[in-house]
Design a protein around this ligand. Structure first.
Ligand code: HEC
Length: 318
């Protein structure tokens, strides 16, 4: 009877744990290819959940087991088999848990404490000559073994990495990730953090970019043509460096203004936008196209958009 229950319990807990184990396998699979912290976290959460389930089932079985026992004892009593009932009850008392506790604490029962009492007495405080609890001793030996392995692995064999080496490696990985990001996304310069480039090098780069790409539609001097006049103070999409950068980067495809983000690097867009604002604006060339859009006043429009000001963004730079 008892053995049958035990077998049932083991089968049942394996049955419960199996789907969780499968789940963990599935969650771990993408971690092998992508190796993200997220999938690892999910994997561990599932493992922890599986352990909790197994422990819960264990507790349930134990409760069920003792309920059945109590019923058995009561049934025996009702049948008048007092001796058998008592034997079962005694068996029940020395539970598995109790036996484990005794083995791992090795404590002297209170009734026998007299035998291990030292014969000194300090102001009524006495001392027992108990053995070291095995659980504690085991931990102690484990820590010693751990220390030996640890020292060998990290300090003698050269296999384990020290914290400094780990830090250096992680920094290297991060640098590689930044380099990769820059290679695919440019330098991270965009309309949220772009500033007006006023140095001559940038402005001459801007001029070259303008002369090569923009003249057919905006005119050799920015006077306008198919595209609007870029020398006046009127702007359809706003006249701040951020606005101009964005319109060049993303374009206005439905109105015939190309998006230049694939042809030009962010720095080149910054340069040409700066060239327009610093060198072309206010030049009043002949044959200028009539103003389009709204008059742009730098003080008014720039202020409310505090997030886009270069100062606010400066700490987010490289
Ligand atoms: C194929 C023609 C064409 C080319 C080439 C072109 N643009 Fe434009 N651009 C336009 C048109 C059309 C508009 C007006 C869009 C609208 O009405 O919204 C415009 C709008 C703009 C604006 C916004 C003007 C405003 O009032 O807000 C800027 C800035 C600008 N272009 C810069 C450039 C720069 C810099 C280049 C070169 C890298 C360039 N464009 C190349 C056609 C062109």
């Amino acid at each position: 009877m008892k053995n049958k229950r035990r077998i049932l319990f083991v089968v049942w807990s394996l049955f419960m744990a199996f789907p969780a184990w499968l789940f963990a396998q599935n969650a771990a699979a993408p971690a092998a290819s992508g190796s993200t912290d997220d999938t690892n976290l999910v994997k561990w959460l599932i493992i922890v959940a599986a352990v909790i389930i197994v422990v819960a089932v264990l507790a349930l079985f134990k409760a069920l087991n003792s309920m059945l026992k109590i019923q058995e004892i009561n049934a025996l009593r009702e049948l008048g088999m007092e001796e058998a009932a008592q034997k079962l009850a005694a068996e029940r008392k020395v539970s598995w848990w109790r036996r484990m506790m005794e083995r791992w604490t090795d404590a002297v029962p209170i009734e026998q404490e007299k035998d291990v009492l030292f014969d000194h007495d300090y102001d009524g405080i006495q001392e027992l000559d108990n053995k070291l609890p095995p659980w504690w001793l085991a931990l102690f030996y484990i820590t010693i073994a751990f220390a030996v392995v640890y020292i060998f692995y990290y300090h003698l064999s050269g296999m384990g990495m020290s914290s400094q080496e780990m830090y250096a490696q992680e920094m290297k990985q991060a640098e590689a990730a930044v380099a990769e990001y820059k290679a695919t996304h440019g330098s991270g310069l965009d309309e949220t953090n772009v500033t007006l480039a006023e140095d001559e090098t940038a402005l001459s780069i801007g001029e070259t970019v303008y002369k090569t790409n923009c003249v057919p539609c905006h005119g050799g001097q920015g006077e306008g043509g198919i595209g609007p006049n870029l020398t006046d103070k009127y702007w359809i999409h706003g006249g701040s460096i951020q606005n101009v950068f964005k319109v060049i980067k993303d374009g206005v495809p439905e109105k015939g203004m190309l998006a230049w983000k694939d042809q030009l690097k962010a720095e080149q867009i910054q340069a040409v936008a700066s060239y327009i604002l610093v060198k072309l604006q206010g030049t009043n060339p002949p044959n200028a196209k009539e103003p389009q859009g709204e008059l742009y006043e730098p003080e008014e429009t720039a202020a409310p958009d505090a997030e886009n000001t270069p100062e606010a963004e400066s700490d987010g730079g490289e």
